[in-house]
Design a protein around this ligand. Sequence first.
Ligand code: PFF
Length: 460
Amino acid sequence: MAKRTSLQGFWSSRLAFILAVTGSAVGLGNIWKFPYVTGEYGGGAFVLMYLAFVFIIGLPTMMSEILIGRRGRRNPVTTMQLVGEEESGRSAWKYVGLMGVCGGILILSYYSVVAGWAVAYIPKAASGAFVGSDAATVKSLFNTLTGDPWALLGWHSLFMGLTVFVVARGVERGLEQAVRILMPALVIMLVILLVYSIRHGDFMAAVNYMFRPNWDDISFEGALVALGQALFTLSVGMGAVMAYGAYLPEETNIGTAAITVVLADTTIAILAGLVIFPVVFGFGMAAGGGPGLIFQTLPLAFGGMPGGVVFGTVFFVLLSFAAWTSAIGLIEPAVAWANEQFSVPRSKATLAIGGLIWLIGVLSVLSFNVLKDEKYHTPLGTLFDTIEFITSNVMLPLGALLIVIFAGWVMCRNSTSDELKMGSGLRYDMWRFAARYIAPIAVIAVFLHSLGLLSRFTNG
Ligand code: PFF
């Protein structure tokens, strides 16, 4: 078979690819979501499940996505269709790509609203609003922001505008540079915060909370949320990594790239937890504080440390950038699809899709104020909670399941070993075993468990 070539160019090097995928992976998922879902689902047992899922499901899914993407060399929809036809004669696999495109649009709709909070906190930090604050003032600062629909709409619009601007101009390759500098800077900031947390927070309580599993704490839902979090944080299950894989040069080793990204992403999430929870326990706050958790804890830390105005400002700038490089990964499948499938120029495609995402995002904006009341809730909570739950905990696991089944069962051994370039050694066999058995069985088990269907067996 003659190899296809990408329509959107190639990454300049393996490092460029790793940086782009790391940029997509490291974002609000690590710093905002990981601590808050860990807090809501009870700590240690949740963290352990999350870690297990990262390695047994997330890593093989990421490798599968990259290899499928490089094989197809198109947007996720066309890639799944072409490779599906080649490997099994069925083009219906394109619907997996289509679900990913929709997932990216829905995730970005609320992701942009939360990213807007991070941007809004830059001027707050810079103006000294956190200095000497206590838990109550920090909380009311957050509630004032989220209670104001116009302010939220403004920040959401600003963030979407910036995302669309970069993606439309097709300069996201320039992001290599940004990620190369900003990611280490973010790690340095987290380490500075860690020093504060160790000295002023209750560090031992946090370590116990995060790493001492108490299995009684785990609900049916907890396992599903841990799975959703593992996939969300790695940006897998919706074709983002597949879209990036399409631009990967032939000779790059996929396994090494994927492991590098997974380790970097996981380290940053754990680091974020070790920063947040000492503050939570040291200042007597509630771990299950919900989506506002980091916005109600970190300002306390910045407000109480020397140089906190500068550090706080820098931190929220970096967090906004991390969210921004992830947003680009979220919108890329849809933009590449519109561009390749309907021959819409990249700039127009981005504008149209960005506009749609912005509009859906208004629902999340209103979830914190106008539509906050119980009478506007679904069984899953506010509209924000609902979109977040369905995308992370239903669409991503389903996408990941179909992707590993495709790579492990539908694609023939020759094709996958050819892409993974691991020869037929142990590492290839490990990937294939994980893609064929471990990951699919684990995802299905978590799904059944969360529906309560496995409890009959486990409870005798
Ligand atoms: N991984 C990103 C984060 O942790 O913030 C979120 C994300 C980006 C999910 C891109 C999916 C995606 F395609």
